[in-house]
Design a protein around this ligand. Structure first.
Ligand code: CA
Ligand code: CA
Ligand code: CA
Length: 210
């Protein structure tokens, strides 16, 4: 697989995140300054996933824990494949039968990227949520970790791994106008890719807004 193809897939996944809306504990208010991990949670009046009032893009209520596709919106986590990341387990990634469709994908995101509460009452998880107000567009950060196989030009099965960390930087960002890639690690020995291709990582803690 070519790096360009992988990044396109990653971007597509991110777009999925933009349209899928999911939900439980309340909004996190305490964070590890280095890793960005949540350490404390508030008790606001915002709707929670466990209330049963927050739905996904298909109108199905979100539930606590991992769903059938691999999303755990409460934990800001996805563990599945490109195929299931589009919330349709059909062996395809948004209709594409590209080789990476069956590749393992893990995603993690900050609460600002996609929160686990609905504070604005639209029945969807809030995006860009800071101090109880949602901007409607993701902020914070997202990571993708891919572990996959593909058949090369000689018909031989090859293995690759890919990691990318994307963060919101505001207007003028080089990625989708408001984002940037802070870390990218691509290992595909057969394809000639070895290790870090982008690294300007400032630490995920810098993306926390509260
Ligand atoms: Ca699918
Ligand atoms: Ca594959
Ligand atoms: Ca909402």
């Amino acid at each position: 697989m070519k790096a360009k193809g992988i990044l396109s897939a990653v971007l597509a996944v991110v777009m999925v995140m933009m349209v899928v809306s999911p939900v439980l504990a309340d909004k996190p208010v305490g964070f590890d300054p280095v890793t960005g991990a949540e350490t404390a949670w508030s008790n606001t009046g915002c709707a929670k996933i466990q209330d049963g009032t927050i739905v996904d893009s298909a109108g199905n209520p979100l539930t606590v824990g991992f769903d059938e596709f691999g999303y755990n919106y409460q934990a800001h986590l996805f563990v599945g494949t490109y195929d299931t990341s589009d919330r349709v387990a059909d062996g395809k990634y948004w209709g594409s039968t590209a080789d990476y469709a069956d590749d393992a994908l893990q995603m993690k995101w900050s609460d600002e990227w996609l929160s686990n509460v609905d504070c604005d009452g639209d029945g969807k998880l809030d995006r860009g949520l800071a101090n109880g107000t949602s901007t409607g567009l993701s902020r914070g950060w997202l990571t993708n970790h891919v572990n996959g196989d593909y058949i090369d030009a000689s018909g031989v099965s090859q293995h690759y791994t890919y990691f990318v960390k994307i963060g919101w930087v505001g207007a003028g960002g080089p990625l989708w106008n408001e984002f940037d890639i802070f870390e990218e690690v691509y290992n595909d020995p057969a394809g000639g890719f070895h290790g870090v291709t982008v690294l300007t990582d400032p630490g995920l803690g810098q993306f926390v807004e509260h």
